[in-house]
Design a protein around this ligand. Structure first.
Ligand code: URA
Length: 251
C-alpha cells in the first residue's frame, strides 16, 4: 500500500475545526495518509525538533500518535473564545494515543494551566490513584483530557458557549483515539458528551452511548476531595468500567 505525506492542515481539513487557528512557527509535521492498522509502528517519526511533547506517554511512531500530534499543533494557539487570551497554556490532554479508555474532565485548573497538562493538581493526583487502584491501568496507559482546553478564570464552571466552541476539539480527539470506553468525570463532562442537563446522580449507574462507544459517568475527583462520601460510588463506577473492559476484551 502506498504512503503519501500530507500536511497537518490537509489532514485537519477532513474534520478538524482549525479555520481560525493561526499557523505555528514550528515546521509542519509530516503526517501519513494511510489506512494501515493504527497501532502498527511507522518507519518515520513526527518528532522534528527532537523532543516528544510531555503529554505523550507512548511511542510517537504510530498513525494515531501522529494524528494527535498534528491535531494538537493545529489547535494549540486557538483564539476562538476569550479564554484564549487569559490562559497560560493550552491543555490538549495526556496519555497514550492507543488508549482503550478515555477519561474526560471539565477544564484545566491553575496547576494544569501552569503546566499545560490535565489533571496534575490535587484532583489529578486523586484521579491517578483511582485509575491505578483498578490494577488494570496505569495513568500512562489511558488518555485523559477535558471538555475545555483552556482554564476558565477563577476555575468557574464552563459557559455553554465555551463548551460549544471547544466541543469539536474533544470530538476530534475521540475520533482519532477511538477508545473502547469513555468515563465522564463530573457533570460538565457528562452533560457535554451526552448533550443533557441531567445531574451526575441521575446519569450514574447505567451505560450510555457516545457515537457507538459505551460511556459511564462518575463523580469528579474534585468532588471527592470535598465529600468523602462519594468514594464508594466512584469505586463502584470504576469496577463497572473494568468489568466492561474485561468483557469487551474477552469477545
Ligand atoms: N479538573 C478538571 O476537570 N480537569 C483538570 O484537568 C483538572 C481539574
Amino acid at each position: 500500500m502506498g504512503i503519501r505525506y500530507v500536511s497537518a492542515a490537509t489532514l485537519a481539513e477532513t474534520g478538524a475545526p482549525v479555520d481560525a487557528v493561526p499557523e505555528k512557527s514550528r515546521p509542519p509535521l509530516p503526517v501519513l495518509e494511510d489506512v494501515r492498522p493504527a497501532s502498527k509502528p511507522l518507519v518515520s517519526s513526527p518528532i522534528v525538533d527532537g523532543a516528544k511533547p510531555q503529554w505523550l506517554t507512548a511511542s510517537p511512531d504510530t498513525l494515531r500518535a501522529m494524528e494527535l500530534l498534528a491535531f494538537d499543533r493545529d489547535i494549540c494557539e486557538c483564539q476562538n473564545c476569550p479564554l484564549g487570551k487569559t490562559r497560560k497554556n493550552f491543555v490538549f490532554g495526556t496519555g497514550n494515543p492507543e488508549a482503550e479508555i478515555l477519561f474526560v474532565g471539565e477544564a484545566p485548573g491553575a496547576d494544569e494551566d501552569a503546566q499545560g497538562l490535565p489533571f496534575v493538581g490535587r484532583a489529578g493526583q486523586l484521579l491517578t490513584k483511582i485509575i491505578e487502584s483498578t490494577k488494570t491501568w496505569k495513568r500512562g496507559d489511558v488518555f485523559i483530557c477535558n471538555v475545555l482546553k483552556c482554564r476558565p478564570p477563577g476555575n468557574r464552571t464552563p459557559l455553554p458557549e465555551e463548551v460549544e466552541q471547544c466541543r469539536p476539539y474533544l470530538e476530534e480527539q475521540i475520533n482519532i483515539i477511538k477508545p473502547k470506553l469513555i468515563m465522564a468525570l463530573g457533570a460538565s463532562a457528562a452533560q457535554a458528551l451526552l448533550k443533557t442537563k441531567d445531574s451526575v446522580g441521575k446519569l450514574r449507574n447505567k451505560w450510555h452511548d457516545y457515537a457507538g462507544i459505551p460511556l459511564r459517568v462518575t463523580y469528579h475527583p474534585a468532588a471527592l476531595l470535598r465529600f468523602d462520601g462519594y468514594k464508594k460510588d466512584v469505586w463502584e463506577d470504576m469496577k463497572e468500567l473494568t468489568a466492561k473492559y474485561t468483557d469487551l476484551k474477552g469477545k
